[in-house]
Design a protein around this ligand. Structure first.
Ligand code: HEM
Length: 399
């Protein structure tokens, strides 16, 4: 009987743990012991990962996913009854067909037109962050000055949070997405953000504008508590993810100067480069986790009803049977088809927005500050190994 637990220690900051890579080379799916002793599964192969994520008999509801893959304060907090319930509208943690209704409504709001309309605003926000960075002068922490504020301001823009409310909104959202936050503080912050969004929705009812929350209000399909849940989900899902891609992506480029030069000097590389950074860095690095509702066979292995499956996205994205020379960062390769945004019914709703942010922000940074470099050694940059979204805690840079 195997006693494999989820390997989390990385030997090199940009590569998944060597143990996970070795497992993938042996087989796509493995027995794994969860933090509470549950005997479930770990998926490391690309095809198996897609099969689980697309499988209709795997649940993402919190009450079905009760086995934490690793021991951590935040995962234990997530087991608290008030955090275990799916709040109305929080469709990431719902299964079909309940999920389908929200997803359809939201897809209707994430239109190509709305994403295009946001692009000039993303450009302005990026330039304003770069102005502030230049004014502050080197060295600066790129996370605080660039990687965090851009997605945070963009999500406010998307939702239609008025300018004067942003500070209030951002302070709590920062508490919420910080995995070091204690359970009581998370519950309190969630309460304040929900109350704020609830109040904002009332305002949108009276004075609708051309933003996503107004659009949802006007659809007349959702009750206020559902609208609030949708708003909270978008805020949480759309903020820290993109921020960590900007921070870790910049670290990856600064430590691979040939790749940085290609991204900076050739605009035609940027689109592929963003996909490749998404694939290579795979910031959702400890999951997702699903639980089988029925016995399901995946690649010759029977997963029994009630067993949990951890899908190791970084391992799957380095599967050489899907991505030749997968261990190499190559910003010129076509890296489409990676699983960084997930797969199946929950595949990231905000992926086009995240792509737009990265396609604008990386080249703007590299062209405006051509002398950009780390202000410390690469080894001194603190990595977010302890967080469910991987990245850099801080990125001291100079130019
Ligand atoms: C680089 C940035 C991002 C990454 C890597 C990312 C990754 C992911 C992943 C892996 C999932 C699926 C989770 C699962 O299957 O359990 C997901 C879902 C989701 N993401 Fe993103 N995301 C990013 C940016 C965004 C942005 C900017 C938004 C919103 C504006 C957003 C909104 C959502 C929502 C609403 C879901 C749930 C979809 C559903 O359940 O149908 N994400 N994301």
């Amino acid at each position: 009987m195997s006693e494999l637990t989820l390997p989390t220690v990385r030997q090199r900051p940009l590569d998944p743990p060597d143990e996970v890579t070795a497992l993938r080379q042996q087989a796509p799916i493995h027995r794994m012991t969860y933090a509470d002793g549950h005997r479930g599964w770990l998926v490391t192969g690309y095809a198996a990962a897609r099969a689980v994520l697309a499988g209709p008999h795997f649940s993402n509801r919190p009450e079905n996913n009760v086995h934490p893959p690793i021991r951590s304060a935040r995962m234990e907090a997530a087991m608290r009854p008030e955090l275990m319930r799916v709040p109305p509208g929080f469709f990431l943690r719902m299964d079909a067909p309940e999920h389908t209704r929200y997803r359809k409504l939201l897809t209707g709001q994430f239109t190509v037109r709305r994403m295009k309309m946001l692009e000039p605003r993303i450009e302005e926000i990026t330039e304003a962050c770069l102005d502030a960075m230049e004014a502050a002068g080197p060295p600066v922490d790129l996370v605080q000055e660039f990687a965090l504020p851009i997605p945070s301001l963009v999500i406010c823009e998307l939702l239609g949070v008025p300018y004067e409310d942003r500070d209030r909104f951002q302070a709590d959202s920062r508490i919420l997405v910080n995995l070091e936050t204690k359970a009581d503080d998370a519950v309190a912050a969630l309460g304040r953000v929900s109350a704020y969004l609830h109040e904002l929705i009332q305002r949108k009812r009276k004075e609708p504008a051309d933003d996503l929350l107004s659009g949802l209000v006007e659809s007349g399909e959702l009750a206020d508590d559902e609208l609030t849940g949708v708003g909270v989900l978008l805020l949480i899902a759309g903020h820290e993810t993109t921020a960590n891609m900007l921070g870790l992506g910049t670290y990856a480029l600064l430590t691979n100067p040939d790749q940085l030069a290609a991204m900076r000097d050739d605009p035609s590389v940027v689109e592929n480069g963003v996909e490749e950074l998404l694939r290579y860095l795979t910031i959702i690095h400890l999951g997702p986790v699903r639980t089988a509702l029925e016995d399901v066979e995946i690649e010759g292995v029977t997963i029994k009803a009630g067993e949990s499956v951890t899908i190791h996205l970084p391992a799957a994205n380095r599967d050489a049977s899907r991505f030749p020379d997968a261990e190499r960062l190559d910003v010129t390769r076509p890296a489409g088809g990676h699983l960084t945004f997930g797969h199946g019914i929950h595949q990231c709703l905000g992926q086009q927005l995240a792509r737009a942010e990265m396609r604008i922000a990386y080249p703007a940074l590299l062209r405006r500050l051509p002398g950009l470099r780390l202000a410390v050694t690469p080894e001194e940059v603190p990595m977010r190994s302890d967080m469910s979204i991987y990245g850099v805690h801080r990125l001291p840079v100079t130019w």
